[in-house]
Design a protein. Structure first.
Length: 178
């Protein structure tokens, strides 16, 4: 069994759910069928820091809103690595790993509800927000002190990058990438 620091240093990618992880789980349904979500800017910056430091990133969500594609493309996530309407998340997780030649243990996955548990068990480091359901918190390797949509992703990405000695902002690289 690896220590958490050792697991953090092995991470080469992050993958995350949206509702309840990148958001607080609240969804506003519009009359035209679009769904509106509020994203924490610090979590989004955490995704950008992951990308700037060479971590592959993926969204694996049951949601299917076009706004998810737009939001995370702006954060540097390749649209082909945004898995919408995911019903068997482990299948999409495995596809992401295969596409990028990643071992499952090289991926940190963030989840908060029952569909996330198989991926939490398969990945190298499963992270649950503080307000995830009890079963997910039990399946997680790490429970963030932050709730979904309130810094959970930023906190864990910071831990990974600090474990690798890469938690710093390169202004020029940031300007070029984003």
């Amino acid at each position: 069994m690896f220590s958490r620091k050792k697991k953090l240093s092995r991470i080469r990618a992050i993958a995350f759910d949206i509702d309840g992880v990148m958001t607080d789980g609240g969804i506003l349904a519009m009359s035209d069928g679009d769904l509106l979500r509020v994203f924490d800017a610090k979590d989004s910056f955490g995704v950008r820091m992951a990308k700037m430091n060479g971590l592959h990133t993926a969204v694996i969500t049951g949601g299917s809103s076009e706004s998810i594609l737009k939001r995370f493309s702006v954060c540097g996530v390749d649209p082909d690595d945004i898995y919408l309407h995911s019903r068997i998340k482990l299948d999409d997780f495995n596809a992401f790993c295969h596409k990028h030649s990643l071992l499952p243990e090289e991926v940190m996955f963030f989840g908060d509800d029952l569909p996330d548990i198989p991926v939490m068990k398969a990945c190298g480091l499963g992270v649950a927000p503080a307000d995830a359901i009890k079963e997910v918190r039990r399946a997680a390797d790490f429970v963030s002190p932050f709730k979904g949509g309130h810094g959970c992703i930023r906190h864990a990405v910071e831990m990974v990058l600090k474990a690798r000695g890469k938690w710093h902002l390169d202004d020029e690289k940031y300007k070029k990438m984003f």
